[in-house]
Write a protein that binds this ligand. Sequence first.
Ligand code: NAD
Length: 343
Amino acid sequence: MGIDPWSTDLGLSLCSLVQDLTMTVLVAGGAGYIGSHFVRCLEEHGESAVVLDDLSTGFAEAIPDHVPLVRCAIGDRAAVRSVLEEVAPEAVVDFAGLIQVGESMRSPDRYYGVNVSQTIAFLDEIVRSGVKTFVFSSSAAVYGNPIRVPIDEDHPKEPINPYGATKLIVEMAARDYARAYGLRVACLRYFNAAGAHADGTLAERHDPETHLIPLAIDAGLGRRPELTVFGDDWSTPDGTCVRDYIHVMDLAEAHWLAIEKLRNDTPTLSLNLGTGNGYSVRQIIDAVSDVLGKAVPYHIGPRRDGDPPSLVASSNRARNVLGWNPTRSQLDTIVQDAVRSRT
Ligand SMILES: NC(=O)c1ccc[n+]([C@@H]2O[C@H](COP(=O)([O-])OP(=O)(O)OC[C@H]3O[C@@H](n4cnc5c(N)ncnc54)[C@H](O)[C@@H]3O)[C@@H](O)[C@H]2O)c1
C-alpha cells in the first residue's frame, strides 16, 4: 500500500522539518534602502525576516505585506526585548541608524545618540536574549582619509567625521561583546551602496536624498534642479571625488554569506564590501547621461566638509573569506537598475 507523506503523521513531521530548516532573521532598519533589499535577498534564499524599524527614514511599503514589521526604535529596550523573546531569531542584522555625513558634522549629538547609544542598548538586549549572530552595517567612513588605495581592512582607522566615528565605536564595542559574551559578529564596511533590485519594485529612497546616482537621475529627468558637484579641485584624476559603488543586491548577498559563516562558529569578521573600482563624480554623471539618453545638468560648488577625496576598497578578504562574488556591480548595470527603479 502506498503512503501519501503529506496526509499522514509522517507528512506532518516532514512539514515541520521543512519549517525548522527555515531561518528567521531580525532585520533592524529593514524598511530602509539596503535593509529592504536584504529582506528580498533573504526571501530569495527561502528564509524568513521580521523587520524592526522606527520608520524615521524608512518606508513600510518597502517591506512585503507578509513580513512582520515591528515599529520601534532599536534603543527601546522593553520593546526590543519582547520582540527578541517572541521571534527568537537565528541572527540579527542591524541596518538601523542615521547615515548623512554632512548632518553628522552639524548635529553630532543625534549621531552619537542613535548610532552609538541606541545601538549599544540594542547589542545589550541581543546578548541578553541569547542570540549568537550579529551583523552590523559599518562604513568605509571608519578609515578617514586614505593613506593608501585600495583600502584594505588593516588600513588605519581615523574617521574624519562623527558619522564614521560612530561606526568605529560600535565596531569596537561589538568586538568586545564577541570576546566577553560569545556573540559572533560581522562588521561589514560598505563603500557606496547603489542600484536597486533588477525587477524595479524596490528603489533607493532617502529624504532628503544625498546620494549621487539617484540625484543625477532625478536631475536628468528634470525632477529636481541641477546637481551640485562638491568641488572639482581634489587630488583625483579629474578633480572630482572618487568612490567605489557596490550594487545593493551584491551587498545584500554578502550579509547572507556572513550569517552562514558566523553560524559555522567564526567569532568575528571585519570585511570591506566594495568592488575595487573607483569612479569619479564626473564619470557617474556621464554614465547616468548615457543610460537616460539625455544630459544631466550640474554645476560645480564648494567642497563639502568631511568628504575624503577618494574611497576605493580592497575587497579581497570578503571574496576569500565569504566566497563572495559580486555579479551586478558593473557601473552600467548599477545605473540601469537604478534608472529602472525610478521610472
Ligand atoms: N547607503 C550607503 O551607501 C551606505 C554606506 C555605508 C554604510 N551604510 C549604512 O547602512 C545602513 C543602512 O543605510 P541605508 O542607506 O539603507 O539607510 P536608510 O536611511 O534607507 O535606512 C535606515 C533604516 O533604519 C531605520 N532607523 C533609523 N534609526 C532607527 C532607530 N533608532 N531604530 C530603528 N530603526 C531606525 C530607518 O527608519 C530606515 O528604515 C546604515 O547603518 C548606514 O550607515 C550605508
